[in-house]
Design a protein around this ligand. Sequence first.
Ligand SMILES: *[C@@H]1O[C@H](CO)[C@@H](O)[C@H](O)[C@H]1NC(C)=O
Length: 209
Amino acid sequence: MGFVGLGSAVLLVSMTTLLGVCSAGSDAPRGVALGFVFDPKATCEPPCEHAGICIRNNTCFCSKGYEGETCQYANCYPKCKNGGVCLRPGKCRCPPGYGGRYCHKVTCDGGCWNGGECSAVNGVAKCICPSSWSGSKCQEAICPQGCRNGGLCVAPGICSCPEGWLGGACHTAVCSKPCLNGGKCISPDKCRCRPPFSGARCEERTKSH
Ligand SMILES: *[C@@H]1O[C@H](CO)[C@@H](O)[C@H](O)[C@H]1NC(C)=O
C-alpha cells in the first residue's frame, strides 16, 4: 500500500475512488469518509516526493513503494534486515557482513574456502572452518603433526618438504649416499657415525692407538 501518515483504509478507498482507479476485489465500503476529499487547492510544503500527490494541506498520498510524510522514504517488503537501509522500493543497501536482497544473508568478505561456512558470530560475519582448515577464509591447512625443517603445510596433514627432508612432518633427513656401518643420516647429506667409524659416509675405520 502506498500511503503512510494518513493510515486509514477508508481514505485509501476514498482516494482510489476519487482518482478513478478501480480497487478490484476490495470489499471495503466505498464513497464513505467524505471528509477526506481531494482538495485541488491543497498545498504541501515541503512538497510530496516520488510522485506522491498532495491531497490536503500538508498531506501527501504516496505512490506505490514510498512512504513518509512527504513520501520521502522508499519501502522494502520484506523489510531490510540486519540494519540494511531501503534505498529504493525493494532495494536494500546492506551493512558490511550482510547481503542478499533483504540483507538476510550473512556474507564473508572474499568468501569461505575449503568448505567453510559463513556465519554471524556475535554479529560479525566469520568463516566457520572444517576441522582441518583454519584462517579467516579457511585458507590455511592444518597439519596436526606439524611440518619441521622448513616444511610447509599445503593440505590437511600433508607437508611439502624442502629438499633433503622427507616424511609426514619433514622429519627424516635424506643422505643421497647412504651412511655406512650403522651411521645415521641426521641432516641432508650428513651422517653421524658409530664408533669406531668416521668419514662423510662413515666409511673409514678410525685407527686405534
Ligand atoms: C490550505 O493552505 C492554504 C495556504 O496556506 C490556505 O489558504 C487554505 O485555506 C488551506 N486549506 C485548508 C482546507 O485548510
